[in-house]
Design a protein around this ligand. Structure first.
Ligand SMILES: Nc1nc2c(ncn2[C@@H]2O[C@H](COP(=O)(O)OP(=O)(O)OP(=O)(O)O)[C@@H](O)[C@H]2O)c(=O)[nH]1
Ligand SMILES: [Mg+2]
Length: 247
């Protein structure tokens, strides 16, 4: 009589190798965010990245080991030619701006533009996880881009949004955890970015309209109301109910 033996096999999932890049204007804190996560320290002195900095780190997401290759890009326009070589084959993009410099927030669109140009088609952009870091939130007095505005920009595009400070460490681990876990989800999902978890009930165009309305000081002044998070959430609800009425 042949006995059937059932030896439980250890089924370790294969480890994943992923490539992530950092994007954003010079001096917004890209290198410091990465340094804070990988080395648990902060350097106050500004040392501009020359071209690209490369680093590798291992993280555990659920039962998988992820080997992360980080390409930290220089934000200075001077390095345009160097950066272009590195966009391809990324699974994740850290989009960083400084909450105290409006220009760095407004530049996010052109960073996406530069990347799109190098990636060729929109399809390639759809299989990338984007995380927006509203950085330097520790410097509360000089803050000019509020949370509502940043979150709206990010989430209307299906991107994650995190408030971070490389200086204090606020939000850094949470941000990277969400980043790597989304990338893992995407890889397990056959390279398609799962949008449901971060998608909100309005389109990019609607969000841009809300942003424009919020930024037009005069109309608000005329109405005598102060634009804030509350107004955005009210508008979101309005738009959501509108969409529900006309699906
Ligand atoms: N207060 C504060 N300062 C920060 C923070 N993050 C970065 N900095 C400072 O901002 C400056 C720029 O930081 P970097 O990380 O070098 O900026 P970068 O985006 O990598 O700049 P490039 O490499 O030129 O593109 C440095 O002086 C940092 O110390 C933060 O969260 N809070
Ligand atoms: Mg840098």
């Amino acid at each position: 009589v042949q006995m059937e033996t059932t030896v439980p096999k250890r089924r370790d999932k294969k480890s994943l190798r992923v490539k992530v890049i950092s994007l954003g204007n010079a001096e917004v804190g890209k290198s410091c965010i990465i340094k804070r996560y990988c080395e648990k320290r902060f350097v106050p002195k500004y040392l501009a990245t020359i071209g690209i900095d490369y680093g590798v780190t291992k993280v555990q997401v659920r039962d998988r080991e992820i080997k992360v290759n980080i390409f930290d890009m220089a934000g200075h326009p001077f390095f345009y030619e160097v950066r272009n070589e590195f966009y391809k084959d990324s699974q994740g993009v850290l989009l960083v701006y400084d909450v105290g410099v409006r220009e760095s927030f407004e530049a996010l669109d052109s960073w996406l533009g530069e990347m799109k140009q190098e990636m060729g088609s929109q399809a390639n952009m759809d299989s990338i996880v984007f995380i927006v870091c509203a950085n330097k939130v520790d410097l509360t007095k000089r803050r000019v881009v509020d949370e509502g505005e940043g979150r709206l920009w990010a989430e209307s595009r299906g991107f994650h949004y995190f408030e971070t400070s490389a200086q204090s460490g606020e939000g850094i681990n949470e941000m990277f955890q969400a980043f790597f876990s989304s990338i893992t989800d995407m890889c397990e999902n056959g390279g398609k970015r799962p949008v449901s978890e971060v998608s909100v009930g309005f389109t990019k165009e609607q969000a841009d309209t809300i942003r424009r309305i919020r930024n037009s000081k005069d109309s608000w002044d005329m109405l005598g109301v102060k634009p804030g998070l509350w107004i955005v959430s009210q508008m979101t609800i309005l738009i959501k109910s509108f969409i529900n009425l006309f699906p």
